[in-house]
Design a protein around this ligand. Structure first.
Ligand SMILES: *Cc1c(COP(=O)(O)O)cnc(C)c1O
Length: 407
């Protein structure tokens, strides 16, 4: 198949970026090679000067990696993508390409913990000012702009609060002020949300999560909307060096073939689990974009085509009950990461968002008792039964403790 944007996503995940190779393999072979020989000195010089297309050295490009990049760019509807060594490498590379000393960035306050640390802890060291803002509060976003604001960075739904940023409205605000919008689309994947459609300028991904989907690779990607952006990202990536190796690229490209099936199933199952949790007497509150109780449910329906795999909730017994629940699951694994085939449960305040510190967590409305689950592709009844027995253990222990305390 030639890369054709007219195909539907279910078809594109199988065929995009596959390309043609000697002996016509139906998937891209793994070019496990660091360097490529030139025909002669003139050809080598022509490749370096960009007068001729071809491969030079794998930090600068590799056919297996290029196949994956082409696939991701097609799925997002972008011009081109760059595969990076991790989601954080992708975010760092994109921000390093877009910002310079003296610039200002507006960043959603409910983003992946290390992203928050990068923006608030590292960028100021390089002379870049940052303002963290609730991305669901458009007035606050508007007020945060300064004359030197160059980038607005959002993650939607936000991790782990599932707060939704209105991509169309934020893109409009940013463009009126000469800033560009970078969206972390990890939670949704291009199957459930395509930020370029709503005006975003750059998309970043952690490939570690849904795109690879099988918990066996760490990787990331930047997707550029036009050639100029792509060239500037490529130049920075070549020099910062955070590239994805060929074997990992092959594995992610293979994982993507089932992305549409997985996202559909995981969104459906997650909705059933969220409904189960919402009804459960031991649960205080549940957040899931596809629940009517989500404060931005309408917006979610507008810019997303499914709720995604992640649910956050809090038990009535708070952190203590949540801890007992996490220690009592049998089918779900107590592990960070999300979007993969296996169901995972974790505690953001103590795990993924621990380095942010209590103040930043409080500002981002990440309570100490918040529990996050990522729903996999197991039978949903098995997942619900597992969570049910763990909730039972958690609530019987807290009842027991209350009785002992009273007695
Ligand atoms: C995991 C994650 C990242 C970071 O990705 P790594 O591959 O772990 O570096 C960034 N953003 C979101 C939303 C994530 O879930």
């Amino acid at each position: 198949m030639t890369d054709d944007h007219a195909y539907t996503p279910e078809t594109l995940v199988v065929h995009a970026g596959v390309g043609r190779y000697p002996h016509r393999p139906v998937v891209p072979p793994i070019y496990q090679v660091s360097t490529f020989a030139f025909e002669n000195a003139d050809q080598g010089a022509a490749l370096f000067a960009g007068r001729e297309q071809g491969y030079i050295y794998s930090r600068m490009g590799n056919p297996t990696v290029a196949a994956l990049e082409s696939c991701i760019a097609t799925l997002e509807g972008g011009y081109a993508a760059l595969a990076c060594g991790s989601g954080m490498a992708a975010i760092h590379t994109a921000l390093a390409a877009l910002l310079k000393s003296g610039d200002h960035i507006i960043c959603g306050d409910t983003v992946y913990g290390p992203t928050c640390t990068l923006v608030e802890g590292f960028l100021p060291r390089w002379g870049i000012e940052a303002t963290m803002v609730d991305p669901s509060d458009l007035e606050a976003v508007e007020k945060a702009f300064r004359p030197n604001t160059r980038v607005v960075y959002v993650e939607t739904p936000g991790n782990p609060t599932l707060v939704i940023a209105d991509l169309e409205a934020i893109s409009r605000l940013a463009h009126q002020r000469g800033a560009i919008v970078v969206v972390d689309n990890t939670f949704m994947s291009p199957i459930l949300q395509q930020p370029f459609k709503w005006g975003a300028d750059v998309v970043v991904h952690s490939l570690t999560k849904a795109l690879n989907g099988h918990a066996d690779v760490v990787g990331g990607a930047i997707v550029a909307k036009d050639e100029a952006d792509y060239r500037s990202f490529r130049k920075v990536l070549n020099h910062l060096g955070g590239v994805l190796p060929p074997l990992e690229s092959f594995l992610v490209h293979r994982g993507i073939k089932t992305l549409a099936l997985r996202m559909k199933q995981q969104s459906e199952s997650a909705l059933k689990v969220a409904e189960f949790l919402e009804e459960h007497p031991a649960i205080d509150w549940v957040r899931f974009p596809w629940l009517k109780s989500h404060p931005q449910h309408e917006l979610a329906r507008k810019q997303m085509s499914g709720g995604g795999p992640v649910i956050s909730f809090e038990l009535k017994g708070g952190l203590e009950a949540g801890r007992t629940m996490m220690n009592s699951v049998k089918l779900c694994s107590l592990a960070v990461s999300l979007g993969g085939v296996e169901s995972l449960i974790q505690h953001p305040a103590g795990m993924t968002h621990a380095t942010m510190g209590p103040e930043a967590r409080c500002r981002a409305r990440i309570t100490d008792g918040l529990v996050r689950v990522s729903i996999g592709i197991e039978n949903v009844d098995d997942i619900i039964a597992d969570l049910d027995q763990a909730l039972e253990t958690a609530s019987s222990r807290s009842t027991h403790r209350a009785q002992v305390g009273a007695g």
